[in-house]
Structures are given as structure tokens and as C-alpha cells.
Design a protein around this ligand. Structure first.
Ligand SMILES: Nc1ncnc2c1ncn2[C@@H]1O[C@H](COP(=O)(O)OP(=O)(O)OP(=O)(O)O)[C@@H](O)[C@H]1O
Ligand code: SF4
Ligand SMILES: [Mg+2]
Length: 313
């Protein structure tokens, strides 16, 4: 197992006492556990605010976890630990690329921070990496605003790749791009994965991409796992009412097992989460027991958090 996450939690302090002590927390990630095999694609899906980017930011060392364990290559990550093996491509290249810096500076940055290689060797590697993502030498002197959306995302990928990571976290890698460019970036990512034997953590709202690319899928809602397992089960034959609702908007992936409903209503405020099952305010199958919190239960090769699937004890 390359990466193992156990009971990961992230609580953001959102209200403070007059002495600066946190008195109210937003539970962004709650008891999340998963395992990722080397060379696989692990997808995280769920509506806005479900905690996907927070998990990505913890794994890439930007945030520290409130509790839980991250085990990478059989070593436990200490608090605030950062590994150059795990790199992230951010949701929006416009905000993740510094507008005042040239492409050359941006791509080289990781090497400078980690004090890797001589200046000459760094320049050579920057050029090779930029070429490996399908850009030409002339972009090196340009600033982000002089690039197209697709070129910006290629720069963001080059910046992550230059540190020769083993795991690449792709947070909505194509959502900010035009439809015509999305396929090009996806194809590039598929090619890079093969070439550099990468493992991907893919965060996306596009369930067709998830179905096409990923080995395992984790479905999140308000910081909790609703369903997790092999993509062929979770996406092609979903069981959890939330996963079924998500897939309802993507009819092409639908199978005979899809229930005929979509998710109605608003996502509750993460600061005021429903008691019991967090999905109960929108679940068409909610019943009395849903006022109690369901446990994540193993059903065959997947896990589901729903009373409908809890085994009788
Ligand atoms: N730095 C922060 N401080 C306080 N709350 C935060 C912070 N970052 C995220 N949150 C909150 O944590 C929850 C999860 O946010 P996160 O960005 O992980 O969601 P997401 O699943 O990536 O959503 P999206 O699909 O919109 O990108 C949200 O309610 C968000 O408002
Ligand atoms: S536990 Fe109840 S409310 Fe939650 S998903 Fe299952 S049926 Fe719906
Ligand atoms: Mg996000």
C-alpha cells in the first residue's frame, strides 16, 4: 500500500473568545479513512463543501490534520510533515500561479525551495519539464496572464512534476478550462501517469471522468464518507442514496440499479449539520432511524454509511 489514511479529521476554528481561544469549529473532514495502491487512480467526489480540497491540502502538507494518521510508504507522517513525493495541482490556475512571476520562475520554485541541483541544472530541468507537458521554450519568459487557460494548467502541472513526485493530487484539474481544452489536459495527465508511473488522487465533479479513469472512488458529503470502493461498484452500481442522487444527473453512466430520483434541496450549513445522518434532510429514503448516525459498513467490496445497509446485530 502506497498511502494509507486513518480517521482523518479537520476542524477549522471559526469563532473565537475575546481571549483568542477557538470556541466554535467547522467540521470539514470527519473520520475519513482510505488506502491507495501504487499506480492507481483514487477519485474523490461530492458536492461543494464536502471536504475534498481540505483532504488534498492535508495530504500535500498545506494544512495539518486535527487528528488521524497518514501513512506513506509505511512511514507515519508527523504533524506538519511535507513530502516532495506528494504534489498538488490546484483547483484554479488563475489563483495558484503568481501573476508577478514568469513561468520559468514558477516552475523552478520547488527546486529552489528544496535546494535541489545547481542553477544550470535547474534551468535544464525546467526546460525539460515544460516540454514534457507540451509547452515550448518561449513560454518560459511569459507571465501567467499571457497564457491561455490550458497553457496555465500545463504550467501548474509542470510545477508539480518538477519535484518528481510519486503521488499527484489533481484538484478539479479541468473545471476552469474550456470543454475543448479539457480533453487535451486529461490526455496529457493520462500520458504523464504512464510515463512517470504516477499515482493520482483525482478530485472532480465530472463523474464521467471518474468512471473512465479511476480505480477507486470515495463519495463525500459534509466531510463524511458516504460510499467508498472500486469505481466499477460505486459509480456503475451505486448503493448509497447520495451516490445515486449524484449519478442521476449523469444519465450515460446509469445502470438498471439507479433509483429514479435526484438530490433535492440545499446542502445544510456545515456549521449546523443535521443530527444523525448528515444527508437526512435531502434523502428521499430517510426514515425514523436516520435521526441516529449511521456507521460506515462494509458491504461486499465497498463501504457505505447508511442505515439501509447496516447489518442487524
Ligand atoms: N481555511 C478554512 N477556514 C475555515 N473553513 C474552511 C477553510 N477551508 C475550507 N473550509 C470549509 O470547509 C468545508 C470543506 O471545504 P473544501 O474546500 O474542502 O470543500 P470542497 O469539497 O473542496 O468543495 P468545492 O467542490 O467547492 O471545491 C467548507 O464548508 C469550507 O467552507
Ligand atoms: S441513513 Fe437514512 S437519511 Fe441517511 S442516506 Fe441512509 S436512508 Fe438516507
Ligand atoms: Mg475544492
Amino acid at each position: 500500500m502506497l498511502l494509507k489514511v486513518e480517521n482523518l479529521c479537520k476542524d477549522f476554528p471559526v469563532e473565537f473568545s475575546i481571549f483568542g481561544k477557538p470556541k466554535k469549529f467547522l467540521k470539514a473532514v470527519q473520520e475519513v479513512s482510505f488506502e491507495i495502491e501504487k499506480g492507481s487512480v483514487f477519485s474523490i467526489v461530492g458536492e461543494s463543501g464536502s471536504g475534498k480540497s481540505t483532504i488534498a491540502r492535508i495530504l500535500s502538507g498545506i494544512y495539518s490534520a486535527s487528528s488521524g494518521k497518514i501513512i506513506y510508504e509505511n512511514k507515519v507522517f508527523e504533524k506538519n510533515m511535507k513530502s516532495s513525493d506528494i504534489q498538488m495541482v490546484f483547483q484554479d490556475p488563475d489563483s495558484s500561479l503568481d501573476p508577478r512571476k514568469t513561468v520559468s520562475f514558477i516552475v523552478e520554485e520547488g527546486l529552489r525551495i528544496h535546494k535541489i541541483l545547481s542553477k544550470k541544472e535547474r534551468k535544464r530541468l525546467v526546460l525539460d519539464t515544460v516540454k514534457s507537458v507540451g509547452l515550448t521554450e518561449d513560454v518560459l519568459k511569459k507571465y501567467p496572464h499571457q497564457l491561455s487557460g490550458g497553457q496555465k494548467q500545463r504550467v501548474a502541472i509542470a510545477r508539480a512534476l518538477i519535484l518528481k513526485p510519486k503521488v499527484l493530487i489533481l484538484d478539479e484539474p479541468t473545471s476552469a478550462l474550456d470543454v475543448s481544452v479539457q480533453a487535451q489536459i486529461l490526455n496529457l495527465l493520462i500520458e504523464l501517469k504512464e510515463k512517470y508511473e504516477l499515482t493520482y488522487i483525482l478530485i472532480t465533479h465530472d463523474l464521467k471522468i471518474v468512471n473512465h479513469l479511476s480505480d477507486q472512488t470515495m463519495v463525500m458529503y459534509l466531510g463524511q464518507i458516504m460510499e467508498i470502493g472500486k469505481t466499477e461498484y460505486v459509480i456503475q452500481d451505486p448503493l448509497h442514496p447520495y451516490t445515486k442522487g449524484l449519478l442521476e444527473s449523469v444519465p450515460k453512466i446509469g445502470t438498471q440499479n439507479l433509483a429514479n430520483f435526484s438530490i433535492k434541496g440545499e446542502i445544510p450549513s456545515p456549521l449546523n449539520q443535521p443530527k444523525g445522518c448528515v444527508f437526512k434532510t435531502r434523502c428521499p429514503l430517510a426514515f425514523e432511524k436516520c435521526f441516529e448516525s449511521p456507521k460506515l459498513t462494509e458491504i461486499g467490496d465497498r463501504k457505505i454509511r447508511c442505515h439501509l445497509y447496516e447489518k442487524e446485530v
